[in-house]
Design a protein around this ligand. Structure first.
Ligand code: AMP
Length: 135
């Protein structure tokens, strides 16, 4: 994709701080890290989000995730990590090339968790039924 910033990073026309690369994936440091060592893992084939990514890449993806989590623990002293992907603008997605945030965690209080709401059991049953019926 000619106007995709992450495709340009893959092609090398925009620089990045690379931490891993193979034929299918590139991982580099987020330019505005949430914590020290915040990484982005991206498939080289352009897709707008992970719902469009080739599911066959899943096994390789998780091998890379685990490798980078270990590296964050060993190299940076991380005690844990958050792994996530924003899918669609309402979720906060700003770059429309599939990417996974891998955020090393050093302390439980350094980032706030998303807010948690109460939901009645009756409401949960209805919601679960809608999700099941839509698959
Ligand atoms: P998202 O909100 O999930 O789309 O996140 C996109 C992420 O890409 C943000 O955390 C940005 O800081 C990061 N980002 C944008 N441009 C660059 C870049 N040139 N190099 C590294 N990270 C970038």
């Amino acid at each position: 994709m000619t106007d995709c910033i992450f495709c340009k990073i893959i092609q090398g026309s925009i620089p990045c701080e690379k931490v891993y690369e193979d034929d299918q994936f590139l991982a580099f440091l987020d330019i505005k890290p949430a914590t020290k060592g915040h990484m982005l893992i991206i498939p080289k084939d352009h897709s707008v989000d992970c719902t469009q990514m080739d599911p066959e890449l899943g096994a390789s993806f998780f091998r890379i995730v685990n490798r980078l989590i270990e590296a964050a623990k060993k190299g940076l002293g991380a005690k844990g990590c958050n792994l996530g992907s924003n899918i669609g603008a309402p979720s906060g997605q700003e770059v429309f090339h599939t990417h996974f945030h891998l955020i090393p965690r050093y302390d439980a209080n350094e980032l706030s968790h998303w807010p948690r709401q109460e939901s009645s059991q009756a409401e949960q049953v209805i919601i679960a039924e809608k999700i099941i019926a839509s698959q």
